[in-house]
Design a protein around this ligand. Structure first.
Ligand code: ADP
Ligand code: MG
Length: 335
């Protein structure tokens, strides 16, 4: 990610689109028969003309409201789904055409879906993965020891997968995704439904893998903490289209307002008119000004206030990431 060192583009999607056809069938036998004659369908554009480049070693957050097309993107990048149009190159390969080779190179976690063998003890599941990914005995032993330190797999190493709690299962999924030293790991809602302690453990693990082995991570999550903790760069998807790609900080700056809160003598009489002020709220002597940081600086605003009023106390409140991400998930970013 550092601009002075040469970074390699690992994932490149160009004009990537995926449409789904949803066939509609009328009610009853008549509708059923009719559906053979005339196939009526609705076309859903799950992903539209997506351009995306991800460099080696990056950790990007891929966010957007439900149905935005996040999982569909991940499925195309992993080779599970074939794009309707556009191209994808992952480490020089077309992931769909070279699914097997691509699979050796990547790790994936899909929310609550498990890729482990339900009836097998965890230990046996991992032995199978070891064989599939052709991990050497020595490397395997080291890897499991190392993972155990952060994910504490030994707590349930001998238990069948189906007996594990959600948090334990997810710890296994994470370990499985990183077992074979993949270049890229795609995590689609890996912390959904987990308690804080498990989330933290999982984040620590992802961070460690990224720092230590430069593994590229693409993370889809509803959890603000995950994004704050792990991702410098975020991509925002809205009904299939990319509407933001950049630093998390700039996203926050761009889409939220700052607040200046003051206690002012005779504050109830306070009034101000300046470009960039979005809201003025007054209660007793307390005044809150919501302003757009792009249009007016806090110092200019402060100066204007101080010229006209006696300020007893003041505080500038920065926007919080939580409100931005909530906005992204709830309404998209476009005002
Ligand atoms: N297999 C499918 N068949 C039909 N429609 C689908 C299929 N998978 C996803 N969709 C639709 O594509 C859109 C994007 O879905 P998805 O990628 O799962 O969104 P997200 O992961 O952002 O919640 C949604 O409208 C969803 O209903
Ligand atoms: Mg999804």
């Amino acid at each position: 990610m550092a601009s002075n060192t040469k970074t390699m583009t690992l994932i490149k999607a160009e004009d990537l689109s995926k449409n789904f056809r949803i066939y509609q069938r009328g009610d009853g036998i008549k509708g059923y028969l009719k559906s053979f004659v005339k196939r009526e369908y609705e076309e859903v554009e799950a992903v539209k003309d997506l351009n995306l480049e991800i460099d080696e070693g990056e950790m990007i957050g891929y966010i957007g409201s439900n149905g935005a097309g996040k999982s569909t993107t991940v499925k195309m990048l992993t080779g599970i789904l074939e794009p309707s149009s556009g191209t994808i190159e992952v480490d020089g390969r077309n992931p769909h055409k070279e699914r097997k080779k691509n699979a050796m190179n990547i790790g994936v976690v899909f929310g609550q879906k498990t890729q482990l063998w339900w009836d097998l003890p965890v230990k046996e599941s991992f032995k199978l993965l070891k064989e599939i990914y052709e991990v050497s005995d020595e490397d395997y032993d080291n890897r499991i020891d190392e993972f155990d330190e952060v994910l504490q797999l030994s707590d349930f190493w001998d238990q069948p997968v189906r007996k594990l709690s959600l948090g334990q299962k997810m710890r296994c999924e994470l370990a499985a995704a990183f077992l074979h030293h993949p270049k890229i790991v795609y995590l689609d809602e890996p912390t959904i439904g987990l308690d804080v302690a498990v989330k933290e453990r999982i984040r620590d693990f992802i961070k460690k893998m990224n720092r230590q082995e430069n593994i590229t991570v693409m993370l889809t999550t509803h959890d603000i903490g995950d994004i704050e903790d792990l991702c410098e760069r975020v991509v925002v998807l809205d009904t299939g289209e990319k509407i933001y790609d950049g630093q998390l900080n700039s996203l926050v700056n761009r889409f939220t307002s700052r607040r200046l809160e003051m206690d002012i003598r005779n504050g109830e009489k306070f009034s101000i008119e300046l470009e960039g002020i979005k809201e003025v709220n007054k209660e007793d002597g307390h005044v809150e000004i919501v302003f757009d940081r792009e249009e007016i600086s806090a110092s200019d605003l402060m100066r204007e206030v101080l010229d006209n009023y006696e300020v007893l106390d003041f505080q500038i409140k920065e926007p919080d990431i939580e409100s931005v991400v909530k906005k992204v998930y709830n309404e998209g970013l476009e005002d």
